[in-house]
Design a protein. Structure first.
Length: 268
């Protein structure tokens, strides 16, 4: 049986402001759909609001076929506004966190997650509560896999990761090739596997100071929304299976390329 993975924390509506398209999105929902597309046993944990947007999101989750443990909280559902440039690069135009900032796991959910092999979650100001909860309240045997890809890193990704390194198995960072050397240096100080996605420059992984590089496999770029989430999911699934960094990098790049070739964050 394949390992059990939980994607926790962020479900949002992706609102494409140029054409009005509204799609299922959010880091955790994107990760879950991408992991499921490569055969993982994955469950999505999160919350939506009790608003019309939340109703739409629940319906899209139902149609997706995901195993989803989603609660409805009073308030507005999260929304990411997106514009796609002519070269296919997505441009974020404002994130409304809504109930994401209030979401924490219940005791029964924590008990259930203790039986999972890995949990994947964003480290962001909006998801800080559930991030800290997972860091401190899950047993050590559960791999913590975190996404540190956010503008507020401002080039200091290693400063964000190191305080959590004792409990982190994999840390993902979205950025530029300039991040590579600081992250390689960080990997000498921590046991965490550090993975950098750098768009057209490809992806890098750093373990104990050793660097691995995977060129981008994207040939047709329509919309880069969700590419990083897809990469992380496929990398995680493959690495859990094989413990082979090169194989995991290639799997991540292949799924990211698939997502880039179509509109929206879903691989299918």
């Amino acid at each position: 049986m394949r390992e059990r993975i939980a994607a926790i924390g962020e479900i949002a509506e992706d609102h494409y402001i140029d054409d009005g398209n509204r799609l299922l999105g959010g880091i955790s929902a994107n990760f879950a759909r991408a992991a499921a597309s490569v055969g993982a046993r994955v469950t999505l944990f999160g919350a939506v609001g009790d608003d019309p947007r939340g109703t739409r999101l629940l319906e899209r989750l139902r149609k997706s076929g995901l195993d989803a443990q989603v609660r409805v909280l009073p308030g507005r559902s999260a929304c990411q506004r997106i514009r796609v440039a002519k070269n296919g690069e997505r441009v974020f135009c404002g994130f409304e966190a809504g109930v994401v900032v209030d979401y924490v796991l219940l005791g029964t959910e924590l008990e259930a997650l203790a039986a999972y092999d890995a949990v994947a979650l964003p480290c962001s100001p909006e998801s800080r509560l559930v991030f800290e909860q997972c860091m401190s309240e899950l047993p050590p045997k559960v791999w913590r896999i975190a996404d540190f890809s956010q503008d507020t890193l401002a080039g200091d990704a290693e400063g964000w990761i190191e305080p959590h390194a004792e409990r982190l198995r994999i840390a993902f960072v979205g950025g530029t090739r300039d991040f590579a050397e600081p992250l390689r240096a960080l990997s000498k100080r921590v046991e965490t596997l550090v993975v950098l996605t750098a768009g057209a420059a490809g992806a890098f992984a750093f373990a104990a100071g050793e660097a691995y590089h995977q060129p981008s496999l994207a040939r047709t770029i329509v919309d880069t929304t969700g590419c990083g989430d897809a990469f992380q999911a496929a990398f995680t699934v493959r690495y859990l299976e094989s413990r082979t960094i090169a194989d995991a990098l290639h799997s991540g790049a292949a799924l990211a390329a698939r997502v880039a070739s179509r509109v929206g964050a879903a691989p299918d």
